[in-house]
Design a protein around this ligand. Sequence first.
Ligand SMILES: Nc1ncnc2c1ncn2[C@@H]1O[C@H](COP(=O)(O)OP(=O)(O)O)[C@@H](O)[C@H]1O
Ligand SMILES: [Mg+2]
Length: 416
Amino acid sequence: MPVVTRHIGLSLGADICWPLAFEQILQDSRLRLRLGRETVEFACERVPLKPFLLEPGCKYDVVVDRLTHWFKLQREWIKKSVLMDDLYVYNNPWSVQSYEKHSSYCAMAALGMPIPRTAMLPQKSYDQVDDLDHTLQNYAELFELGPIGDALGYPAFLKPYDGGGWRGVSKVDDAEALGKAYDESGTDLMHLQAAVKDYDLFVRAVGIGPQVRVMKYDPSAPLHERYTVERDFVDDVQRQWIVDTCLTINTFFGWDFNSCELLSRDSVFHPIDFANPCPDSQVNSIHYHWPWYVLSNLKWALFNAATRRPMRKTLDFEPYYRIAAGAEPYADKLQAYARIARERLAADEFAAFDAEHFGPLEEAAWAWFRSDRCREAIRRKVGNLYPAHEVDEFTDRFHSLVLQSVEELAATSGRN
Ligand SMILES: Nc1ncnc2c1ncn2[C@@H]1O[C@H](COP(=O)(O)OP(=O)(O)O)[C@@H](O)[C@H]1O
Ligand SMILES: [Mg+2]
């Protein structure tokens, strides 16, 4: 039986902890899959940054990418490899580059999602370029901020149209605060968005392929406690609604790995921030959820590498818009969107593949998380962030959360 090797590339920036977990678990699992007439093995390496020719020649079957959203060389190498070598990369790079928070609001509102009412404001100031003065003098309409604030109501959030990491976000409680925050927004292009007032739940749903983790989030807590360890904060119907919302968003934009924030009030889940391809994967922020991230990431990379599933090079919005145009209630539409999503993500095929092949991977994962090597990987990340006298304390804290979650995951999966 011919033995073939599938190559996985990790395209990394300042990532410390999860690549160690990814590489070591994969190696420990000694995964060898019998697929049809072949035995499939896997190799994994970190992708170097270097000059490249615009010619075919990418050795990887799958690249797990953490750089596209900010590092041009790698983004363009990835595009080249998708176009010339049929590379499968997490998150369509053209979509990462062009779809920001703004378009994500517009598209999902068009599909019927209850996005809070949002206005786009012209920039407060501009970088000087040749045609600027002429353009503004001839076409910039004078406008008053007050009526826009009144129309949306207070409190509201002034935030960049392409935001991330809470950069430039201000909560404004009245017209005066809005004026002040707008004056301080400089050259940022800003949205003003009605607040979801007195929300009862803040949820983050992270999708990796068809796998979704629904987490309760507390934005008022210190960074290392924002992802809570609570599990039973929604019922099954609500959970399915959140999962379907996340998969709809992710597949619409061609994102394999993306995080969606939803605020719920009176049992309505309002998506507020969901253009986050390639979200935070560091153990110091997601701790308890980290084993799920690492294992789901491995499974999705290996599944795509093993099956050589082609990546969709283009986005195709039309099937979603056809559903949106129907007269059905939104709940039915969401189910229909999610059916497209699951099909695009080969969800059934993935589940069957997981059941048949990933036993040894899970066993290796549980053993690794319980080992000193996991503790050491956490320690390296913590050592990079915390003052020396806090390193032991935070390493212990994160490792014990990891262990707690591994016991729960292993018990649920039955692969102890
Ligand atoms: N419409 C809103 N209603 C209530 N809170 C909001 C709203 N928009 C933003 N926030 C708060 O501000 C934070 C940052 O805004 P968000 O849109 O998530 O920006 P970023 O992309 O920078 O994370 C959110 O986590 C939430 O706490
Ligand atoms: Mg956010």
